[in-house]
Ligand binder design. Structure first.
Ligand code: IPM
Ligand code: MN
Length: 342
């Protein structure tokens, strides 16, 4: 039996409530097959409010030694926007070179979509995770004066775009072999042109994958008028951020959306997290839905090559949603119900 070291960052708000449910599911499906060792990391709002630390080098070094990271949620209304986002979440994505932000959207049976005619929705957004407008290039001068200048520069490297595009093609080969590049190449003529050329170039190696291009604005329309057309969408960091929130809404709310921040070259651990936030309004009440965290644990197992176990988690969640998805249940009850289907 191989040993796996998993970092657990339960984080803030409902993160602390949902992560134990995901851990219980992980334990159950790997029993007798893998020896899972958890290491808890005290990161997030409470740590910051207590000692001002966001992500000290010492914690980052320890994170680098893990096989994977399970994250609950980060965020607290008492802390100024940007501190934890940039200092913790984005810092981990960048420092651990998690260049594939993998975000599947599936409309499960029994979940009500806000769309009148949703059809079969089952697609994955492959969002670039380390560059674009998130990279932190730019600055501000004359701050607070009428002459203030503020810039954010979108960083797009051929290296960074190509590797995520290649990942998207490989994923499309395992799925319905359809890849949509989303960008805004009619306006962003430098980066858009480069992304398109790289998609065409890498696409030569995957002749069985059908390619299409959509502008970001048009894609937000198609996501609500014809979501079943999508299989794999590849896009940059900010477009991917926006599109995956919309995707979450279309499949019945981000409560069912899991994600992986993946370092596909394996140099550092990948991180798995629900797309939703820390939900301070319902934190501490024991009513948060742990489904997205449980699905994230499934993605983590898939990443560690436990494909069958990952598939069994998804099936258990699907069953659970189909039979009791719309009934009011506590966090623990949902966790127990899903466990009992495994
Ligand atoms: C997400 C979040 C983050 C992002 C924020 C919290 C930095 O919205 O994971 O989608 O923009 O990537
Ligand atoms: Mn987001």
């Amino acid at each position: 039996q191989k040993t796996y070291h998993i970092a657990v960052i339960a984080g803030d708000g409902i993160g602390k409530e949902i992560v134990p449910q995901a851990q219980a599911v992980l334990e159950k499906v790997t029993r007798g097959k893998a020896d899972i060792r958890y290491e808890d990391f005290d990161l997030g709002a409470e740590r910051y409010l207590r000692d001002g630390a966001v992500l000290p080098d010492e914690d980052l070094d320890r994170l680098k030694q893990q096989d994977a990271i399970l994250l609950g949620a980060i965020g607290d209304p008492r802390i100024k926007a940007g501190i934890l986002e940039r200092g913790l979440l984005l810092k981990m994505r960048f420092e651990l070179d998690q260049y594939v932000n993998l975000r599947p959207s599936k409309l499960y049976k029994g979940v009500v979509s806000p769309l009148a005619n949703p059809g079969d929705i089952d697609f994955v957004v492959v969002r670039e995770g380390t560059e674009g407008l998130y990279a932190g290039a730019g600055g501000s001068i004359r701050r607070g004066t009428p002459q203030e200048v503020a810039t954010e520069v979108s960083i797009n490297t051929a290296y960074g775009a190509e590797r995520v595009i290649r990942y998207a093609f490989q994923l499309a080969m395992k799925r319905r072999r359809r890849l949509t590049l989303v960008h805004k190449k009619n306006v962003l003529t430098n980066a858009g042109d480069m992304w398109q050329r790289l998609v065409d170039q890498v696409g030569q190696e995957y002749p069985d994958v059908e390619r299409e291009y959509l502008h970001i604005d048009a894609s937000t329309i198609f996501l609500v008028t014809e979501p079943s057309r999508f299989d794999v969408i590849v896009t940059d960091n900010l477009f991917g951020d926006i599109l995956t929130d919309e995707a979450g809404a279309v499949v019945g709310g981000v409560g069912y959306s899991a994600s992986g921040c993946i370092n596909a070259s394996g140099t550092y651990p990948s991180m798995f997290e629900p797309i939703h936030g820390s939900a301070p309004d319902i934190a501490g009440k024991g009513i948060a839905n742990p489904t997205a965290a449980i699905l994230s644990a499934g993605m983590l197992l898939d990443h560690l090559s436990f494909e069958d176990e990952a598939a069994s988690i998804e099936r258990a969640v699907e069953d659970d949603i189909e039979r009791s998805g719309s009934t009011q249940r506590s966090t623990e009850q949902i966790g127990r119900d899903i466990l009992s289907r495994l």
